[in-house]
Design a protein around this ligand. Structure first.
Ligand code: PMV
Length: 290
């Protein structure tokens, strides 16, 4: 039996546009998913298309047990974390001999298959390697996380479906390219600007707010997300935006140490579930099997 765990992530900038080759920035966060894989003849598996696809892709049969600290379908990369931990556990249990980069690539493949052919490598890469990363097409760059990077998450408790939101954007691009393409381009420009302003929290907050406005224009906002985003900004956050596919799920707010508690209380007051978290620098790791 082999047990591996992988962290979730916050999508800091550039979600959706990253699917079309624009840059995206994500950061691994502390809550983790732990997966145990066992070579048995009685196959037991949770009902997850991501786990099923891991086994299909590697043409392997086995049992799986999952423990998750991450809310699912909430923009915190739980599907990617499950996929990464499952593939590493299969690789270990069945001695397949893939290296870390190869397993990260397989995880991206699984996400692409389960998301109807459209998925960036962001979630699976950051869950594998931890830290803060910039993804642009095939380019993957590790970023140095800024000092004083204090964030609060707010879960709207509205679950979303990543594949549906990704398809919605694809349909918009196909039907109205003259409107949708400039929005995607502008999100890409904001992400590059953010990469060059990581230590300037005021500017980063402004860029978050502009990124959010463009995500709303793409059609992936939700009234409950808007409510939490405005509550966080009014409570003194530098900026706030959704994380991940949108249409529900989580927001993240960038705070100073002084405003952190006020932002947590504001999210709570507006019926969100606040989650105080920090960066995970480790990525995927092997755990003791119980
Ligand atoms: O909602 P999540 O955590 O699955 O993030 C999706 C991010 C997208 O950019 C919308 C899709 C992708 O593959 O990058």
């Amino acid at each position: 039996m082999a047990t591996w765990s992988a962290p979730g992530k916050v999508f800091l900038f550039g979600e959706h546009a990253v699917v079309y080759g624009k840059p995206g920035i994500a950061m691994a966060i502390k809550p983790r998913v732990q997966v145990t894989v066992r070579h048995t003849h009685h196959y037991q598996r949770p009902n997850s298309p991501y786990i099923a696809e891991c086994f299909n892709l590697l043409d392997i049969k086995g049992s799986v047990y999952v423990r998750s600290q991450l809310p699912s379908a909430s923009g915190l990369g739980s599907s990617a974390a499950v996929t990464v931990a499952t593939l590493f556990a299969i690789n270990d249990e069945f001695s397949l001999g893939y290296n870390k980069d190869e397993v990260a690539d397989l995880a991206h493949e699984v996400e692409k298959i389960t998301q109807g052919g459209r998925a960036s490598a962001t979630d699976t890469y950051v869950s594998t390697f931890g830290g803060m990363v910039l993804i642009r097409g095939d380019e993957k760059r590790r970023l140095i996380p800024p000092q004083n990077f204090s964030i609060v998450l707010g879960n709207s408790m509205i679950s979303h479906n990543t594949a549906e939101q990704v398809k919605k954007v694809a349909d918009f691009l196909e039907k109205s390219p003259k409107i949708a393409n400039p929005i995607v381009d502008a999100i890409g420009a904001i992400t590059m600007e953010a990469m060059h302003n990581m230590d300037n929290l005021h500017e980063l907050g402004n860029l978050m707010n502009r990124n959010q406005a463009l995500l709303d224009a793409l059609g992936v906002g939700h009234p409950c997300l808007s409510k939490l985003i405005l509550a966080a900004r009014n409570a003194g956050a530098y900026g706030a935006k959704l994380s991940g596919a949108g249409g529900g799920g989580c927001i993240w707010a960038l705070c100073s140490r002084g405003t952190r508690n006020r932002v947590v209380n504001a999210i709570d007051k507006y019926e969100g579930k606040p989650i105080a978290t920090g960066i995970d620098t480790e990525g995927v790791r092997k755990e003791e099997s119980l």
